[in-house]
Design a protein around this ligand. Structure first.
Ligand code: UDP
Ligand code: MG
Length: 317
């Protein structure tokens, strides 16, 4: 008898978890309930990011009754970007949904995200319009999101909602590391994917505590710098470093020209701090231009993303 064709998986749900044992059972039940109602085939990929609270054994226990529950187990805690990256890498679905494991995001919102994806978007992000966090976190997040939206030109309110739905082309094109998961809409938007947003319900944490503290606010500043560099200058580092280097060197030349004129008119300039400043600016300027050229060289020799920028081809082998 011929074996029936294997059913392809339509939706992969990727769930990063770091010490969220108490939420896992309820989360699984609510995800299963919601996804079953969609009538689509699915898999739940839990990425256990080095939990030390026996989350793994809880996940293994849940998997014994449902093989659609899959587990990726990290040797130690590598952070949410790595957890999402590995989850994406092992996903089989045409659509990928991400959701936090702490039950702050509601699994019941997933059908709304999927419906919005069908309106012609490649990525739909949740917007925690009524956010259930402390006043400090809400304010910091509002400032962060306003800056991120202004700098990246992606007009959404909430970059860092755990609940998102993607077409698999998007997750394949993302290269996440460090804290970059907070900028996924910006990184995807920059690659030409269409980004949508819908308000979603957000609940306070029932168990455990947030894995992030106030240090995230300070790191956010550096992350914004990274994102400016990644989205605007990664293909042309010389424009950034060369521009800065040119400005430094120009100021240095103006200062030193002024001092040279003084010297020709008989003034002693050897003791003037301005001489040091002018010379330093010229040296730094030249170094910046060299950084830019080195950057160009690296971009030139590591162009692996060429296949990711093409959406479709017609008549091309
Ligand atoms: N998380 C993770 N690795 C980490 C930190 C967090 O996988 O190093 C997971 C965590 O278990 C949760 C999600 O990422 O499912 C969001 O984390 P958290 O709720 O602490 O962030 P917050 O909601 O406070 O921004
Ligand atoms: Mg949370």
């Amino acid at each position: 008898m011929p074996t029936p064709p294997e059913k392809t998986i339509e939706i992969s749900v990727v769930i990063p978890c770091f010490n969220e044992k108490q939420s896992l059972k309820e989360l699984c039940a609510r995800l299963t309930d919601t996804l079953t109602k969609t009538g689509k085939t699915y898999e739940l990929i839990f990425v256990n990011d080095g939990s030390t609270d026996n989350s793994l054994s809880e996940l293994q226990r849940l998997r014994t009754s449902d093989e659609r529950i899959k587990i990726i187990h990290f040797r130690k805690n590598f952070g949410k970007s790595q957890a999402l990256s590995q989850g994406f890498h092992h996903s089989q679905g045409r659509i990928i949904v991400t959701i936090d494991a702490d039950l702050q995001d509601q699994p019941e919102e997933i059908p709304n995200l999927l419906a919005h994806l069908d309106n012609g978007y490649d990525l739909v992000s949740g917007w925690k319009k009524q956010r259930s966090d402390s006043f400090g976190r809400k304010t910091a997040s509002r400032i962060f999101n306003t800056c991120a939206s202004w700098i990246t030109g992606i007009k959404i309110h909430d970059f860092n909602c755990g609940l998102k739905a993607y077409r698999s082309e998007v997750t394949r094109a993302l290269n996440l590391y460090g804290e970059l998961y907070r900028f996924i809409p910006a990184l995807a938007g920059w690659q030409g994917f269409r980004i949508g947003e819908i308000p979603v319900k957000h609940s306070p944490r029932s168990y455990g505590r947030s894995k992030y503290g106030s240090e995230r606010i300070i790191r956010g500043f550096f992350d914004l710098l990274t994102i400016i560099f990644l989205t605007k200058y990664i293909q042309r580092p010389l424009h950034l470093f060369g521009g800065l280097g040119f400005l430094f060197a120009l100021f240095g030349c103006i200062i030193d020209t002024y001092l040279a004129v003084l010297w020709f008119s008989g003034e002693h300039i050897g003791h003037r701090p301005l001489l040091l400043l002018g010379t330093l600016l010229i040296i730094i300027g030249v170094q910046f231009v060299c950084f830019g050229l080195l950057g160009e060289l690296i971009v030139f020799s590591s162009r692996k993303d060429i296949d990711k920028i093409v959406k479709d081809t017609y008549g091309v082998e």
